[in-house]
Design a protein around this ligand. Structure first.
Ligand code: NAP
Length: 296
């Protein structure tokens, strides 16, 4: 399929758009793009969040366009990308990071609570990808990164709404990776493990007791840092990942792989008791001569 020519801005700078880019991981991801010389578009509902994010990025020399947008609303999303075309003339990277989440027993979850989360995460990712497409296919090195979570493919008790929505985004990531590959658009996802942000401290792990329990589920034994998620996004949008599409990169300290794995190594930590293998070896040595004695 023929590729269109990239619209050239006078200075040739690339443009990246981060939804939810004014807070938490979004701001770290946007800062990572800024480090690579991208101009940035930040899109989320709250002008205050956008202003905070933009201030931080500008203090590091980035050029930033703030566009208040509710990603659940297709008309607003269409206008967002219209402004990107009109004011910046191009789009090279889209990071679908906006989300909402809270802990609820599913039998008590209201239909509105469900719709809100699925609307931001799944509908929002679709709307943004859909309206970004005409701009992305004009870029020389276009890429989408969706921020998901490992409970999309594991169990997410207490956050079934978010788990279901993120699982949908994983499916969308893979579908679009194949469907848009002929346009050169790579579509990948990053699944962060637990990373403390204002939002998680407020709505997910709200006490020290819960935070300690969370850390015990992570083989590397700590929370992640926002910058570690940003580095994964930088890799996926870079030429180094030019042959990577449809992938989900877990950046989680081994959390999802560690779950359900039998803690057999703990048996080695119980004092000096010989391990099973040492006892078998001794038993084998004892059996050896007896067998010989019977003439076998
Ligand atoms: P956060 O600070 O709450 O980020 C969510 C962002 O989404 C906010 O900036 C919010 O801005 C925006 N947003 C919410 N509803 C929106 C809407 N309808 N339209 C547009 N923007 C909307 O949380 P975070 O911890 O940084 O999480 C960032 C991403 O990482 C999320 O996708 C989350 O699921 C994922 N994640 C985080 C962790 C973690 O441990 N932190 C783990 C796994 C996955 P406004 O309020 O201004 O709209």
């Amino acid at each position: 399929m023929a590729r269109r020519t990239t619209p050239t801005r006078a200075d040739g700078r690339r443009v990246g758009l981060v939804t939810g880019g004014g807070t938490g991981l979004g701001i770290a991801i946007a800062a990572g793009l800024a480090q690579d010389g991208y101009d940035l578009v930040l899109a989320s509902r709250s002008p205050q969040h956008l202003a905070t994010g933009a201030r931080t990025l500008r203090s590091r020399g980035a050029r930033v366009l703030e566009v208040p947008t509710d990603v659940r609303e297709p008309d607003q999303v269409e206008r967002l990308f219209g402004r990107v075309r009109d004011e910046l003339g191009r789009l090279d990277v889209l990071v679908n990071n906006a989300a909402g989440n809270f802990v609820a027993r599913t039998e008590e979850l209201t239909p509105n609570g469900w719709r809100a989360v699925v609307g931001i995460v799944l509908d929002g990712t679709f709307f943004c990808s859909r309206y970004a497409f005409p701009l992305l296919r004009e870029s020389r090195f276009p890429s989408i990164v969706n921020i998901v979570a490992s409970y999309a493919w594991m169990a997410g008790p207490g956050t079934a709404h978010s788990a279901a929505a993120k699982a949908g985004v994983v499916a969308l990531t893979r579908a679009l990776a194949v469907e848009w590959a002929p346009h050169g658009i790579r579509v990948n996802a990053v699944a962060p493990g637990p990373v403390r942000t204002e939002a998680t401290d407020e709505r997910l792990w709200t006490s020290e007791r819960v935070r300690q329990a969370i850390v015990r589920t992570v083989p590397l034994g700590r929370f992640g840092q926002p910058a570690e998620i940003a580095e994964a996004v930088r890799f996926l949008i870079s030429p180094a990942a030019g042959y990577v599409t449809g992938e989900v990169l877990a950046v989680d300290g081994g959390q999802w792989l560690g779950r359900g794995v039998m803690p057999l190594l703990e048996t080695l930590e119980r004092g000096r008791r010989p391990t099973s293998s040492a006892r078998y070896a001794r038993a084998g040595r004892r059996r050896g001569p007896r067998r010989t004695g019977r003439g076998r």
